[in-house]
Design a protein around this ligand. Structure first.
Ligand SMILES: NC(=O)c1ccc[n+]([C@@H]2O[C@H](COP(=O)([O-])OP(=O)(O)OC[C@H]3O[C@@H](n4cnc5c(N)ncnc54)[C@H](OP(=O)(O)O)[C@@H]3O)[C@@H](O)[C@H]2O)c1
Length: 321
């Protein structure tokens, strides 16, 4: 990746500038039921410290990650640091109640108050509405609903910018077409293995909405390898995905490129993507990720990987019907 590709760029029309790499805070919250392994607090704190000291200026979390644990840990490092590093952008997400499924405006208000408390901040630079596939469009957009509550917080200066983050692609397109959201975060759907987010990337770039592409490793398999971590998007990977991932490894070896570098740069090289969000729980991952982003990749690798094949279906299309 060239220096230009690693320079900060505008986060849509917000006036904020973010690095093309963003540290993903889901595994930092210790979510063994999602990732199949635990993240001890000391590792998580060291990872956040390493991120704050690095050229990466963008960190992504959510009220729900580890039921608040990701934000709590980030808040500890913000406190010891005396605040966020200068120029740093912290994005969090407003969540439904994980116990009851409540996605009301009142719940979103509680979610924001919880985030402020755990992070130890008096305002939040960026807040996404998180996973609205768990409610209806009418609830999110309607009177007294989550969006109205966030806009009230914005009017008071408690929130600076509002985005949309979630799963199903057609749902995300419907939300960004309302013009209410400055960024959209998609996950596990624009990777070497699954490219179902293509239409979203097109619509977002036409509308000037920033695309934040999360989970370039499909939650880990494309970094650790299909034999070390045979999961995609938080579930056991189906045989076809494993077969393709193994072929990716073989082709990458032929070109002397780590699979993780190809998986990361597949997202970073796309001009429609503003920032790529990589989950990590060890401090050395920060430097490794910068090295992978800079790893020289011969142009012939891309068609060779494409030839192996990829899905264009939404991996969770059936999960929320
Ligand atoms: N609905 C949503 O809004 C949504 C959904 C999904 C994700 N996200 C965001 O996007 C972020 C990224 O997604 P993700 O964390 O699920 O998946 P991911 O970024 O595709 O993969 C994360 C996994 O990759 C591993 N990894 C990272 N760098 C590595 C390296 N250099 N070598 C080996 N392994 C490496 C991490 O392992 P270690 O733990 O060993 O470091 C972690 O298990 C999340 O953390 C979250 O912030 C948002």
């Amino acid at each position: 990746m060239s220096e230009t590709l690693l320079s900060n760029r505008p986060l849509g029309k917000t006036g904020l500038f973010v690095s093309p790499l963003c540290v993903g805070g889901a595994p930092l919250g210790d979510m063994p039921e999602t990732f199949n392994y635990s993240a001890p607090e000391e590792n998580a704190l060291a990872t956040i410290r390493a991120a704050f000291a690095s050229p990466i200026n963008f960190l992504d979390t959510a009220a729900a990650y580890g039921d608040g644990e990701s934000e709590r840990r980030i808040g500890k490092v913000i406190k010891e640091n005396g605040g966020l590093p200068l120029g740093f952008v912290l994005a969090t997400k407003a969540d439904r109640c994980l116990q009851t499924g409540d996605f009301s405006g009142e719940q979103i208000k509680r979610s924001i108050e919880g985030s402020l408390d755990r992070l130890g901040l008096d305002c939040l630079q960026y807040v996404y509405i998180h996973d609205p596939e768990h409610t209806t469009f009418e609830n999110v957009m309607g009177p007294g609903g989550p969006l109205e509550v966030l806009k009230n917080f914005k009017d008071q200066g408690v929130i600076h910018h509002i985005g949309m983050s979630g799963g199903p692609i057609q749902m995300l397109i419907r939300y960004i077409e309302t013009g209410e959201f400055s960024a959209v975060e998609t996950h596990n759907r624009y990777t070497l293995l699954n490219r179902s987010a293509e239409p979203l990337l097109d619509v977002a770039s036409r509308l000037g909405v920033a695309v934040i592409n999360a989970a370039p490793y499909g939650s880990g398999m494309l970094a650790k390898g299909p034999d070390a971590y045979a999961r995609y998007a938080y579930s056991d990977a189906p045989p076809l995905l494993l077969e393709r991932a193994r072929l990716f490894v073989t082709v990458c070896q032929k070109y002397d490129v780590p699979l993780a570098a190809a998986a990361l740069q597949f997202s970073m090289r796309d001009p429609r993507v503003t920032s790529t969000v990589v989950g990590m729980t060890k401090p050395e991952r920060v430097t490794q990720t910068l090295e992978l982003a800079n790893y020289p990749i011969p142009s012939e690798l891309w068609p060779a990987l494409d030839a192996i094949g990829f899905d264009t279906d939404d991996p969770e299309a059936n999960r929320f019907t």
